[in-house]
Design a protein around this ligand. Structure first.
Ligand SMILES: Cc1cc2nc3c(=O)[nH]c(=O)nc-3n(C[C@H](O)[C@H](O)[C@H](O)COP(=O)(O)O)c2cc1C
Length: 372
């Protein structure tokens, strides 16, 4: 897997791993992959602590961060809205629906001190502060999803010698990212966990590779094994960008009830739903996604109103999932269709070693077939 991207990232393997969990990020980088910490929703002081911890763990091995700077959301024209203005835009009908849904499922209430008054507003000032904290550390790459990275982000990263990547669900988006100045495009297919478009990885990757050549492409969406890595490289990608597969590892801080649900799930058990963030995001199907899909109920609000609307409901669900069957029915998390192959809990190192072993076996098999 000695590709240009591997040299750009400086990792042993061109296997990037997105995770919100610092332990996973550090373990990936230590095992020869490239850990990427998802920092959406962090406070700058918190982010500083996490990045310092990661750097202490991994020494001089490379890692990166991913920040969600959406191009379009409610208030994006004004550089984002303050939380109080977002609150004022949430209809009472939606608040009542969420409250009734939790009541119907018998989700226990939560002590007031556990409720949260703050979630991300995607305000530009907040985002800039996070980027500055990240750039003050030894990161090798900063990635962005949901639109081209804003010019200030690309400029500041390049000033600090940091690579910029962006996720694309369409060749057209990838072209726009490259025009904006990104160094690496992540072509993320429909089957991926989290925010995702409508084109499958198998179709998307070669389209993006051709559209942005010679800019290198990482393939994402549905990649959890060495065979899938070999397929990605065959499609012209220079490496892979993974997310879901880490959620059931020993190091992942995934909610234990969700972890069990993931281990039991098949590849038919995910759905692309706006019910968590206001934009279509693939996640495990649950009583929560079903309630929001029911046309008799209110439709999810646009980003970031939906995030604000549901933040404390989700804390209640997560808090209650150990003791309430209703909360257990509602709880879910972002995950891709590859959840169907996530059937046991292994260490991050073990997952990477298995990916590499299977990749080598696959390449040898293809070599043998080519000789016949
Ligand atoms: C739990 C979860 C959260 C995610 N959050 C983000 C995010 O904040 N920013 C981002 O760029 N991508 C996010 N993604 C997408 C990943 O970066 C990655 O592209 C995707 O997981 C790849 O597909 P896979 O899930 O099939 O491996 C998320 C994915 C998952 C599973």
């Amino acid at each position: 897997m000695h590709t240009t991207v591997r040299d750009m990232l400086g990792s042993e393997f061109p296997i990037a791993a997105f995770s919100h969990c610092r332990d996973v990020v550090a373990a990936v980088s230590k095992a020869g992959g490239f850990g990427v910490l998802g920092v959406v929703g962090y406070r700058p002081d918190q982010l500083k602590i996490e990045l310092e911890w990661i750097e202490k763990e991994i020494g001089d091995r490379p890692y990166g961060v991913d920040i969600l700077v959406p191009a379009k959301f409610v208030g994006s024209d004004e550089g984002g809205l303050a939380a109080s203005r977002i609150d004022a835009l949430i209809p009472d009908e939606h608040r009542s629906f969420v409250e009734a849904l939790l009541r119907e499922h018998g989700v226990p209430t939560m002590p007031h001190e556990m409720t949260r008054s703050r979630s991300t507003t995607f305000q530009q000032d907040e985002q800039r502060e996070l980027i500055e904290v990240a750039l003050g550390h030894d990161i090798r790459l900063v990635a962005n999803a949901l639109g081209p990275p804003p010019p200030w982000m690309i400029e500041r990263a390049h000033e600090e010698g940091v690579l910029v990547a962006a996720l694309a669900g369409k060749a057209e988006h990838a072209r726009r990212h490259v025009e904006a100045g990104v160094d690496i495009v992540v072509a993320q297919g429909y089957e991926a966990g989290g925010h995702t478009g409508e084109i499958a990885t198998m179709v998307l990757v070669p389209e993006v590779v051709d559209a942005v050549a010679p800019v290198p492409v990482l393939a994402a969406g549905g990649i959890a094994s060495g065979r899938q890595i070999a397929a990605s490289l065959s499609l012209g990608a220079q490496g892979v960008w993974t997310g879901s597969v880490w959620l059931t590892t020993e190091e992942a801080e995934t909610h234990p009830v969700v972890k069990q649900k993931f281990l039991a799930a098949t590849s038919s058990d995910t759905v692309r739903s706006r019910s968590r963030t206001g934009k279509p995001a693939r996640q495990l199907r649950s009583a929560w996604t079903e309630a929001w899909e029911d046309p008799a109920n209110p439709a999810p609000l646009p980003m970031p109103l939906q995030v604000h609307l549901i933040q404390n409901a989700w804390r209640r669900i997560e808090h209650g999932a150990h003791k309430s069957l209703g909360a257990e029915r509602l709880i879910n998390y972002f995950v891709g269709q590859v959840v169907g192959s996530m059937n046991d809990t292994r260490s991050v190192r073990n997952v990477i070693e298995e990916m590499v072993r299977e990749y080598v076996d696959t390449m040898e098999r293809l070599d043998r077939w080519a000789e016949i």
